[in-house]
Design a protein around this ligand. Structure first.
Ligand code: ADP
Length: 364
């Protein structure tokens, strides 16, 4: 993303990285001819290239006409649970009988096939376009992960090739009628973000959900992500604080006695028996540990400072990690009860916002 001041005037992605200050944008009638273009390395190309909107944007807009709501899931850093959130959001909405598509454009690290239990699946082509891979009749998934012959192979692509694939995903995948398209974007504010923002703006996008962990190293990057959304005109639906403390039922804890020599003994049974004898705490009490130190107040404070909605917290939950590893919904059985209840509350808020504004002009 360029920091060029003219970015606010021209369409997103319309100003090359190496452009001069006050570049009018490559699509402007003044491209290559404006005063600011003098001496720019792109001047000649800009002056002679055909102008006007990218014809692919028209195809994308047409393809997306059958999609009611489009939600982008973003994060400033990798490893904060963005794909986990995107996949559980898709499972949750599908569980509410919505028709859902999940599009994974995290091209260099596609984890959605695994998180949806679809490893080893392939994409098929029909006369209508590329067919998503279906978890259920109402939950389809598209990812570059389905196209890689070897999951251990690194995808080393430059910007234009990545952008080409994103464009194809939006233009050529036949989703049919969808209530929701969830887009799992790569972390950071790279080329792919600029592309997806530009392409989704050609249709209409409800907004972005930004996932972060509580500590400053993650929050600092999230501020950039929110600024990015504001610059490109994508509404921020809200911020989710993931891995927000470790919450465990007292009954699931293990206890060890450790001597100064380092000898260990498992005393779980004895300790739990003792707790049970003195009260009924095993049924109702959870232990909470603040794993990541939120030195500047965490995501809620940051959201308040940046005037964007705070959607809630999701604790670290071994059950959720296991559901993601096994490609399962965390709502279908009781194995991640805790995180499921937090996720449900957040997803309810997202649905309220998006569905309430369906007919309003808040989409871009
Ligand atoms: P990202 O998409 O931000 O790179 P992932 O969604 O791949 O991050 O999550 C990284 C790892 O953390 C995964 O193994 C995932 O299962 C785990 N994880 C994410 N959120 C939680 C959580 N709330 N509790 C337990 N494990 C989690």
């Amino acid at each position: 993303m360029t920091t060029n001041g003219s970015q606010q005037n021209g369409p997103v992605g319309d100003v090359p990285e190496d452009a001069n200050e006050h570049c009018p944008g490559t699509q402007s009638e003044r491209a290559g001819k404006a005063e600011a273009c003098a001496g720019c390395p792109n001047q000649q190309i800009c002056a002679t290239a055909p102008k006007g909107p990218d014809p692919d944007l028209v195809d994308i807009a047409e393809r997306m006409q059958t999609v009611k709501h489009k939600i982008l899931v973003l994060s400033g850093k990798g490893g904060v649970g963005k794909s986990t959130f995107a996949s559980q959001l898709a499972f949750a909405l599908a569980g509410k009988d919505k028709q859902v598509g999940l599009l994974d454009i995290d091209i260099c690290g596609p984890s959605i096939p695994k998180m949806l239990g679809l490893e080893g699946q392939e994409i098929h082509q029909s006369n209508l376009g590329w067919s998503p891979v279906y978890v259920e009749d109402n939950l389809g998934v598209m990812s570059i992960g389905f196209m890689l012959p070897d999951p251990d192979e690194a995808v080393i692509w430059r910007g234009p090739r990545k952008n080409g694939l994103i464009k194809q995903f939006l233009k050529d995948v036949y989703w049919g009628e969808l209530d929701y398209l969830i887009v799992d974007a790569p972390p950071g504010t790279s080329d792919e973000h600029i592309s997806i923002a530009q392409y989704l703006k050609a249709t209409s996008v409800d907004g972005a959900i930004v996932v972060t962990t509580p500590q400053d190293v993650s929050i600092i990057d999230v501020r950039k992500e929110i600024n990015f959304c504001q610059k490109v005109g994508i509404p921020v639906l809200g911020v989710v604080e993931n891995m927000s403390g470790l919450l465990q039922p007292l009954s699931s804890l293990k206890f060890k006695s450790i001597t100064i020599n380092g000898d260990e003994e498992d005393v779980t049974a004895a300790v739990l028996q003792e707790i049970q004898r003195s009260s009924n705490l095993l049924q109702s009490v959870y232990t909470y540990s603040e794993v990541f130190y939120a030195s500047s107040g965490g995501a809620e404070k940051m959201a308040k400072d940046m005037k964007v909605p705070f959607l809630g917290r999701v604790p670290l939950d071994p059950g959720l990690s296991r559901a993601a590893e096994e490609g399962r919904s965390c709502f279908s059985d009781g194995s991640c009860k805790l995180s499921a209840s937090y996720l449900n509350s957040i997803i309810g808020k997202i649905q309220c916002t998006v569905e309430a504004s369906a007919d309003s002009s808040s989409k871009v």
